[in-house]
Design a protein around this ligand. Structure first.
Ligand SMILES: Nc1ncnc2c1ncn2[C@@H]1O[C@H](COP(=O)(O)OP(=O)(O)OP(=O)(O)O)[C@@H](O)[C@H]1O
Ligand SMILES: [Mg+2]
Length: 417
């Protein structure tokens, strides 16, 4: 009989896998065969696979990070590079070092500094004027997210203007000493009401007044608990030829959530800026513990914009979350934040769902369009076992770890000790 007839007559046939290309992940439990995955080779070839990005969700301790680390480690054998822009638990440093890459550790009392306003090197194909606009856009996006995170509210239209004017003033001030602007320059410009009023001219009335809240927000990064870390020339130059680079923020662990989120934002912005070379080859950017960022609408906005850019650059982003309802928490149905979160999800052609609590199954089902059988299986998945939804096809895959990987990726060691 034909395949079409067979699948109707015998509906229990398993999917045939995604082909033999790519890296080995583990066992496809229904087909009882190897499961391999290569988002770069599927992109543009497989129908419905519109982007190489991956969403990975599951309750704690199920092996999400272990899967991401395996994808990273095994991709390096294919010549891909791996970047982890913010690692709040400090669990990627050992992996980066074992693979010949490096880790930048940031924290109070340490030497490392990153300037998130660094201008990335201009790709030779992009004209200078266009590039200046691009750099300015990135910087404004970053300043806007930082301010919104500290203030806990949307910015007013006047405040966007103020940021724009203050950034221009900061850039001019920095240019006289021949260096890129720092957050401190922006804070300085925001505090200088009369100059802002002057620069705003006819346009916006008294900009100095509108800058007051922003000046306080920026002050936190310059004088607050993160003082110095992101307000000084970068101590590390970005080396795009390393196989792996991560930014370890675990030393900020004692800080409050807002401080950590601000640090994650600055670190990501710095690294993403450095990844703008369209000839940089195939790259993974892995956002472990991304659920912390997803609760902040301002950061979702920045991420959504960043993902649009990275698609042009051929970068695969992997977003690691706990619950799918974290995405829904971004805003009410119909709101801008909610639309952003849903857009981010739509921008992940591959969704890997590890175990979910029973109360999360409904959200998972509606968001991902799961069948009732798939949804019912979610609370019963074991460690390392996930439902893979790839461009409309489903697989249940047991991730297989090599003993050396198991040792390198172990996050239970501290518990066991
Ligand atoms: N496929 C697997 N086979 C065997 N052990 C695994 C597998 N995946 C993960 N583990 C082990 O489970 C432990 C927890 O894994 P991991 O840290 O990746 O979980 P996680 O989902 O990222 O947790 P968290 O949400 O806390 O970050 C690790 O010590 C790891 O060695
Ligand atoms: Mg983890």
């Amino acid at each position: 009989m034909t395949t079409a007839v067979a699948s109707a007559a015998y509906p229990f046939l398993a999917e045939g896998g995604l082909g033999a290309n790519g890296i080995y992940v583990g066992t496809d439990l229904h087909a009882e065969g190897s499961f391999t995955f290569d988002p770069f080779s599927m992109y543009g070839k497989v129908e419905g696979f519109t982007n190489p990005n991956l969403l990975l969700a599951g309750v704690i301790g199920q092996g999400k990070s272990a899967l991401a680390k395996s994808l990273a480690l095994r991709s390096i054998a294919f010549g891909h590079r791996v970047y982890v822009p913010s690692d709040p638990k400090g669990e990627w440093t050992a992996v980066a070092q074992a693979l010949g890459g490096s880790s930048i550790v940031l924290g109070p009392g340490l030497q490392g500094r990153l300037n998130p306003l660094d201008a990335p090197p201009r790709p030779p194909t992009v004209p200078e004027v266009e590039w200046e606009g691009e750099v300015r856009k990135r910087r404004l996006l970053l300043l806007g997210s930082l301010a919104r995170t500290v203030l806990g509210r949307d910015l007013l239209p006047r405040e966007h203007t103020v940021l724009d004017v203050a950034l221009a003033a900061a850039a001019t001030r920095a240019a006289t000493s021949g260096r890129p602007p720092l957050l401190g320059d922006v804070a300085h410009a925001l505090a200088d009401g009369p100059s802002l009023d002057l620069a705003g001219g006819q346009l916006a009335g008294r900009l100095g007044e509108a800058a007051r809240d922003l000046a306080h927000a920026m002050r936190r990064l310059v004088f607050g608990d993160l003082a110095g870390l992101f307000d000084a020339p970068s101590t590390t130059a970005f080396d795009p030829y390393q196989p792996m680079l991560c930014i370890d923020l675990s030393r900020l662990d004692g800080s409050d959530d807002t401080a950590l989120v601000l640090a994650m934002t600055c670190a990501s912005a710095w690294m993403e800026g450095a990844l703008t070379d369209p000839h940089g080859g195939k790259r993974w950017v892995i956002y472990d513990e991304a659920w912390r960022l997803m609760r902040h609408p301002a950061l979702l906005l920045r991420m959504a914009a960043q993902w649009k850019l990275s698609r042009r650059l051929g970068i695969a982003n992997a977003l690691i979350a706990h619950r799918l309802s974290d995405l829904l928490a971004a805003g009410d149905a119909g709101s801008q934040s909610r639309a952003l979160a849903e857009g981010l999800l739509a921008d992940c052609s591959t969704r890997v769902i590890y175990r979910q609590e029973a109360d999360q199954v409904h959200a998972a089902r509606t968001l991902l369009g799961l069948t009732s059988v798939e949804a019912a299986a979610l609370p019963h998945l074991n460690r390392g076992r996930g439902l893979w939804k790839v461009a409309g096809r489903s697989f249940v895959v047991q991730h297989q770890l090599h003993p050396a990987e198991l040792q390198l990726f172990d996050t239970d060691a501290r518990m066991a000790a």
